[in-house]
Write a protein that binds this ligand. Sequence first.
Ligand SMILES: Nc1ncnc2c1ncn2[C@@H]1O[C@H](COP(=O)(O)OP(=O)(O)OP(=O)(O)O)[C@@H](O)[C@H]1O
Ligand SMILES: [Mg+2]
Length: 641
Amino acid sequence: MIFVLFALAGVYTIAKSSKDKAPQSLGPSSAQDNTPVLNGPLLPSLRVHPIARLYKELNLTPRRMTPAVIASIVSTLCNLLSPLSIGLILHTVVAGRNSILSRLGIVTLRSQILTLGAVALAAQAADLLLEYYQRKKWREISRSLEHDLRLKTVAHVQRLDLAYIENQRSGQLKSVIAGDTTQVNRFFESGVDEIMRMTMTFVIVGAVFFALAPSLALLALLPQPLLLWGFRHIQRRIGPRYQELGEKTDEFGHLLTNNLAGLTTVKSFTAEDYEVERMANASEAVRRVNVEAVDTSAFYSYLMRMMLLGTSIVILTLTSLFVVVEALSFAAFIVITYFTMTFIQTTRRLDESYDLYKRTIASIERIFQLLDTEIAIPTGRRRLPLKHVRGDITFDHVIFEYNPSVKVLTGISLHANSQETLAIVGVTGSGKTTLVKLLLRFYDVNAGAIRLDGVNIRELSIQDLRNAIGLVSQDAYLFHGTVYDNIVYGRRTASFDEVVMAARLAEAHDFIEQLPEGYRTVVGERGEKLSGGQRQRLSIARAVLKAPPILILDEATSALDYETEAAIQRSFQRLSAHRTTIIISHRLSTVRHADRIYVMDAGKVHEQGNHTELLDQDGIYANLWRMQTGDVFSDKDAVIE
Ligand SMILES: Nc1ncnc2c1ncn2[C@@H]1O[C@H](COP(=O)(O)OP(=O)(O)OP(=O)(O)O)[C@@H](O)[C@H]1O
Ligand SMILES: [Mg+2]
């Protein structure tokens, strides 16, 4: 009985605490739960119990769940049926007959014992078979849950806006997509079955205790408050410790990731010792908190187990005394003894199961929090098929800030007619790249409007808008893969010849041919095995292959020597003949042939016109031109900064 109540208390605690928002961990395995909660408010939808939501949203149809649930239930029943049958055999032996079996037509003592033995054996066999089946079914469910959740989260993150992604700490999204989904897998693989098994064992064992020896059951009630208090106490004491451990582990992880990513910088500043010391401190913090957490957890865990065992021993002793004073039959004694053993075995993993449950709830909450994050930049409905894009671009009094208080663009107006080449120059940090990000709708303007072919880009389908634009960005990103993979990314349906053609136009073909495996050479993470200029040319080839109606070159040739740049410019002159081109550059020689040049400063346009007009205006541009051509200083490579 004590177990029943303890179990119910456990179930109650589990049910109750599942409503708590803050994830609390218990048990040594919690060390892996180091995922910080994602930035952003908890959404009202989280008030639905996370598992209920999971059930609803992930197509966990009864058809998928029922076989596993039934197998778990029947297997638990069979598991309890064996000791019951053995108790009945003893009862039959002592009493000389079994009235129920007699009524069923099995009259002789021998046949009754054989029947009960067969039942015990069959129950045992069924238990084993069903356990195998039930595990297989839960495994199937958990794997597909993990898969579904991963797909959902990955797909959602692809659509989230940059502002949200930038505000997450590195690795945070990854740990939701990879870590939290695995946690859900782990829980459904074994946790659900275990919790069902425990609950049923508690209830059935309790009912049998009450039926067999009500006074014993009542006696067992006495230490209940102590056990309940103990269980709650463990949670309260250990939860925060594991949370702290999670934070410390996380800090170490961040430090390590940053260190590995910036190893070149570390070495160049001979900061190895400093870095080792920083990581040693972080690692020491992890070690210290870990030791404390595991020690506390182990202490309480053993204390609880001792209390459970102690109670069991008291129960067994009392049961024996009951037999002695003939208040309990020997058969009942056997059943109670068996059940007590079964109970101890089942509850041995109570704290682990509870811990698994709590961590899973926290994981599911994080997953839904991510999935509930609304896409702040919704796509417009208006379609603009690629072949209808004219490429007429207007920035109309655009005001924009990344963060409130720091205005980046303070009322910019620009215009590029279809098929024109427009250039933007300006000091570093004046907001040139920001203009491009706004045109691609990575962010939305705060005021004013950007129009493509006379339509506000907010009304356009984002996909159509971005399909119309080819961007060679300032910090060109290459994916881990071959040179070919990286270029063909521009248009995944392109043929090999088209890829080579694009590489030729980007002056990349010759150097690619000289690479050890030509187009099949692997470029390394972020293209680290290539030079800066080689990377730039690959990203130009990628944009050229896309052949978009609008081409944007943001410092696309800044890493190239003059000769290569000049060669690429000749290619561009051919390319830009029938498309709108926006060139952003610090080198004025790159932009001098543009139809119109805008000179930006502090988020505003200060001068505009073509090269000759700007020289005539004798303002910022003319001054810069003189600097860069050496009319004033003899520094030929001077740039705007
Ligand atoms: N993601 C961001 N979050 C907050 N501020 C940003 C972000 N990106 C840029 N900024 C700020 O916006 C301003 C304009 O940046 P932008 O990249 O547009 O300059 P830029 O003209 O392209 O400079 P450069 O010539 O150096 O490339 C800078 O002050 C920069 O610090
Ligand atoms: Mg820039």
